[in-house]
Design a protein around this ligand. Structure first.
Ligand code: SF4
Length: 356
C-alpha cells in the first residue's frame, strides 16, 4: 500500500486538530478514560463528562476507591453504563496488580475489563507510541474513499481489508498522532454527507474524490429494524408523598442505576395491567393504577421503547415492597431524587417530577 500521503496527513493534523482536553495530556490514565468515554459517543458529548470525571477522579487510585453510586452519578446521561463499571473494576486491577500503572503490553491491557482490540490499539498507540493501527467509523470512511473500496463496510471481509490497509500505512514512528490524524480527518473533513475534499490533504490520490463517488462510498447495507417495546412504569407513592425507586442488579443492562419499577407489556395486556403485574412481580405488592403521569420515547442501541408512566398507590395500604428483582428498593422524597443516578428515560421522569 505504497504512496499513502502519511506525512501530509500528519502535517495537516499538526495544524488543524481540535484542542480536545485529553490531547493536552500524555498520562495513560487520562487517555484510557477518554477512549472509554468516546466508545459509541460523540466528542462534543464526552468533553464535559471527561472534565468532570478527571476532576473527581484525577488518578487511578481515586477511581479505584470511589463509591460506585458516585461514579454512576458522574456518568449519568452518558449511556452504556457498563463502561463506567468496567472502568472502575479495571482500575482496581491496575492498582492491585500493576502498581497503579496502566500496563503497556497488549495481552495485559486487553485482559482489563472494557478494553477490546480497538481500545487497546488506541491506548497503546496514543499513550505508549506502540505500532497498533486504530480503525473506527471515521477511519473506515476515509480509507474506503481514498482507496475506492465499494464493498459493504458492515461485512467482516471489508472490515478486515480496511484493517490490513491501516496496519500497512501506519506511521511507525508516530503511531498515536497518525491514528488520531486519520480519525480527525474523518470527523472534521471527510464527513459522511459533505466531505470538504478541497481542503483535504489526501485529495490528490483519493479515488472517491477523483471519480466523484463520495456519495456512494462507503457503502453500508441497510441496518436491521430494531424492536420497539412498550414499557409500563409505576410511580408508586406513599402517604408522605414519597416515591418508590429500585436499584437495578449490578450485572444487568443499566446495572447500578436506579429506576421506577415496571417492565415490558405482554401481548393482549393493557398497559395498566402491565404496570400492576410488573409491580406485583418486582415488589410483591398489589397496587391501584391511577392516572397517567407521562409517556416518553427513548432509543437504545438495539431497541426502542415507549415508556408509559402511571401514578400508583399500594392497595391495601399496609404492604411492604420487597426487592424481588432489584438490589434494593427505597422510598424517597421527590426533592431527593437528584442524589441518585438514573438512566436517561427515568431521568426525564425525575425532571418532570421536579416541575410539578
Ligand atoms: S479527498 Fe474527499 S473523499 Fe477523499 S479522503 Fe479527502 S475528504 Fe475524503
Amino acid at each position: 500500500m505504497t504512496g499513502f500521503p502519511g506525512n501530509e496527513l500528519l502535517k495537516w493534523y499538526e495544524h488543524h486538530q481540535r484542542p480536545l482536553p485529553w490531547r493536552k495530556s500524555d498520562d495513560p490514565y487520562h487517555i484510557w478514560v477518554s477512549e472509554i468515554m468516546l466508545q459509541q459517543t460523540r466528542v462534543e458529548t464526552v468533553i464535559p463528562y471527561y472534565d468532570r470525571f478527571i476532576k473527581a477522579f484525577p488518578d487511578v487510585y481515586r477511581l479505584a476507591e470511589a463509591g460506585r453510586q458516585n461514579l454512576l452519578k458522574l456518568w449519568e446521561g452518558l449511556g452504556y453504563y457498563s463502561r463506567a463499571r468496567n472502568l472502575q473494576d479495571a482500575a482496581r486491577v491496575v492498582v492491585n496488580e500493576f502498581d497503579g500503572n496502566l500496563p503497556s503490553g497488549y495481552n495485559d491491557i486487553i485482559s482489563l475489563k472494557g478494553i477490546g482490540p480497538y481500545t487497546a490499539a488506541a491506548i497503546l498507540s496514543i499513550a505508549f507510541q506502540q505500532p497498533y493501527a486504530v480503525v473506527d467509523g471515521n477511519v473506515i470512511r476515509v480509507l474506503s474513499r481514498y482507496y475506492g473500496i465499494k464493498d459493504d463496510i458492515r461485512s467482516r471481509p471489508t472490515k478486515n481489508e480496511i484493517q490490513e490497509i491501516a496496519d500497512e500505512i501506519l506511521n511507525r514512528s508516530k503511531p498515536g498522532d497518525f491514528n488520531q490524524a486519520l480519525m480527525e480527518l474523518g470527523a472534521t473533513v471527510c464527513t459522511p454527507k459533505t466531505p470538504e475534499c478541497d481542503h483535504c490533504p489526501l485529495a490528490a490520490g483519493c479515488i472517491a474524490y477523483r471519480t466523484s463517488s463520495t456519495d456512494v462510498i462507503p457503502y453500508k447495507s441497510p441496518s436491521k429494524k430494531i424492536p420497539h417495546h412498550h414499557i409500563g412504569v409505576g410511580m408508586l407513592t406513599d402517604k408522605e408523598g414519597r416515591l418508590l425507586i429500585a436499584l437495578r442488579p449490578e450485572e444487568n443492562m443499566l446495572g447500578g442505576l436506579w429506576e421506577f419499577p415496571g417492565g415490558k407489556q405482554k401481548p393482549d395486556e393493557t398497559i395498566e395491567t402491565t404496570v400492576k403485574r410488573e409491580l406485583k412481580e418486582e415488589l410483591g405488592v398489589d397496587v391501584r393504577v391511577l392516572e397517567k403521569f407521562m409517556d416518553l420515547k427513548h432509543t437504545y442501541s438495539h431497541f426502542r421503547i415507549t415508556l408509559h408512566a402511571f401514578w400508583c398507590l399500594l392497595e391495601p395500604e399496609n404492604q411492604t415492597p420487597i426487592p424481588n428483582s432489584s438490589q434494593e428498593v427505597k422510598w424517597v422524597k421527590p426533592t431527593q431524587l437528584e442524589q441518585y443516578p438514573f438512566p436517561k428515560a427515568n431521568k426525564i421522569l425525575t425532571e418532570r417530577l421536579q416541575k410539578l
